[in-house]
Design a protein around this ligand. Structure first.
Ligand code: FCB
Length: 455
């Protein structure tokens, strides 16, 4: 449910409400925008294979062309520059660098593409923020077990080594992984993301390997890149109990264990949460000596992707956590059904800072999807996205006021793009993409962000 009247009660907000050195950006990822799937030696990724499997993608689409960013990147970077952002978050497609996942030498054409892209950012005053893994694993590695298999950690480190050696003279901000929750659990437990496996124990092992590879990558990146800042991006949710009954409060805590603490605890030196390990029993991941220490290698920042809060009730017998997410009907929701809660973002950031003190925090993604339409005059009046953006920026300002060391905000996304299992149905962009002509048109939200950033 959406309430158009909310636009009438928007908070006033100005760039000058934020510190002068605050990073302003927008985010994208390789598979979702690049296309060029068969060019310059790019190998197959697990998302190519998943898209080719009937019934997996809602509109039957794939990433072969996507936003054709592989060819149109100069225009896209100029569009980002025109907004006035000073940072741009993108990801590197591992199958462009090592088409078979591993190898003695990286694919020079793949490295060249990202080299030109990074130069293009620097020419336009955009600080490059590179994500090394935003879900597009080379299919060749999946054929050998993928992230379930510990060897993939070594392959990831070799890939990271090649990329950071090549781009590290110009890229100083590195994100090891995007949302391990999604790659591990959506991909290997729920199976609605690539590689489409449904095996909870496997998902937990994948998650372990993702976090391990993050920790092991930190010293490697620092060795290759002078002045590198390295972090990980997690998708986190504020969790509230459905009622104040002790049963619901306990259920919310259990759910928080699998959604948030499962990642934050080991990254910040506490090992896996004991209560979750107990719930998991034999499903718990296999951990080798030294793994937990490696996972807790200090990072320079934490990236938080914030989309929605969850309200949780006790549900004996349901899943591992004996809890269920309750869908309240009287709340504002995006077209995806995600509850809109700017306050939740403030609560979440304050909690992460209080409980884990990760140091610098960046909102590496925040955004929303609506039933956008292009009007006959060629404009897209996405008032709901404007409202969402304004209210979430106010929530970021509030987090700063509460003492959270929030250092930057990256809007998801610069462009409408391939939204994973939803295909091209869901539009998150500040710019509308016409997938027939590949024309980009700034939406009202893009114009608003530009005005805001002018200060
Ligand atoms: C996040 C993903 C990003 C995008 C947004 C809407 O979970 O990191 O790629 O799909 O959701």
């Amino acid at each position: 449910m959406t309430d158009p009247l909310r636009t009438a009660v928007l908070p006033t907000i100005a760039r000058t409400d934020f510190p002068a050195d605050f990073r302003w950006g927008c985010s994208t990822s390789s598979f979702q925008i690049e296309g060029g799937a068969h060019e310059d030696g790019r190998g197959e990724s697990i998302w190519d294979r998943f898209c080719a499997t009937p019934g997996k993608i809602r509109d039957g689409s794939n990433g072969d062309v996507a936003c054709d960013h592989y060819h149109r990147w100069p225009e896209d970077l100029s569009l980002a520059q025109s907004l006035g952002v000073n940072a741009y978050r993108f990801s590197i497609a591992w199958p462009r660098i090592f088409p078979q996942g591993t190898g003695a030498t990286p694919n020079a054409k793949g490295l060249d593409f990202y080299s030109r892209l990074v130069d293009g950012m620097l020419e336009r005053g955009l600080q490059p923020w590179a994500t090394l893994y935003h879900w597009d694993l080379p299919q060749a590695l999946q054929d050998r077990g993928g992230w379930v298999h510990r060897d993939t950690v070594a392959a990831y480190l070799a890939y990271t080594d090649a990329v950071t050696r090549h781009l590290g003279d110009r890229v100083k901000h590195w994100i090891t992984h995007n949302e391990p929750f999604c790659s591990a659990f959506l991909g290997h437990s729920e199976g609605n993301h690539a590689p489409g496996i449904r095996d909870h124990a496997a998902a937990l092992q994948v998650c372990h390997h993702l976090l391990l590879s993050h920790g092991q990558a930190i010293p490697l990146i620092k060795r290759n890149v002078a002045d590198a800042k390295v972090g990980i991006t997690l998708s986190l949710h504020p969790i509230a109990p459905a009622t104040q009954s002790p049963a619901d409060v306990a259920a919310a805590h259990r759910h928080d264990g699998t959604r948030n603490r499962w990642f934050l605890d080991p990254l910040y030196g506490r090992g896996y949460p004991a209560d979750v390990l107990q719930m998991l029993g034999p499903l718990a991941p296999k951990v080798q000596a030294g793994d937990l220490e490696a996972m807790a290698t200090p990072a320079d920042f934490l990236g938080v992707n914030y989309y929605f809060p969850e309200v949780v009730a006790d549900a004996p017998g349901q899943g591992i956590t004996h809890s269920q997410v309750v869908e309240s009907h009287d709340v504002e929701r995006t077209a995806f059904g995600w509850q809109v809660s700017p306050e939740g973002m403030t609560t979440l950031l304050a909690r992460v800072h209080r409980d884990y003190a990760p140091g610098d925090i960046y909102l590496t993604e925040n955004g929303s999807t609506w039933e956008d339409t292009m009007l006959p005059d060629g404009t897209v009046n996405d008032a709901q996205r404007v409202s969402y953006l304004v209210r979430h920026l106010a929530a970021a300002r509030q987090a700063l006021a509460e003492g959270v060391p929030l250092k930057g905000y990256f809007y998801w996304s610069l462009l409408d793009n391939f939204e994973w299992a939803e295909g091209y149905i869901r539009r998150f962009g500040l710019a509308w993409v016409d997938y027939t002509t590949q024309q980009r048109t700034l939406k009202a939200s893009g114009h608003w962000y530009r005005q805001f950033l002018k200060g």
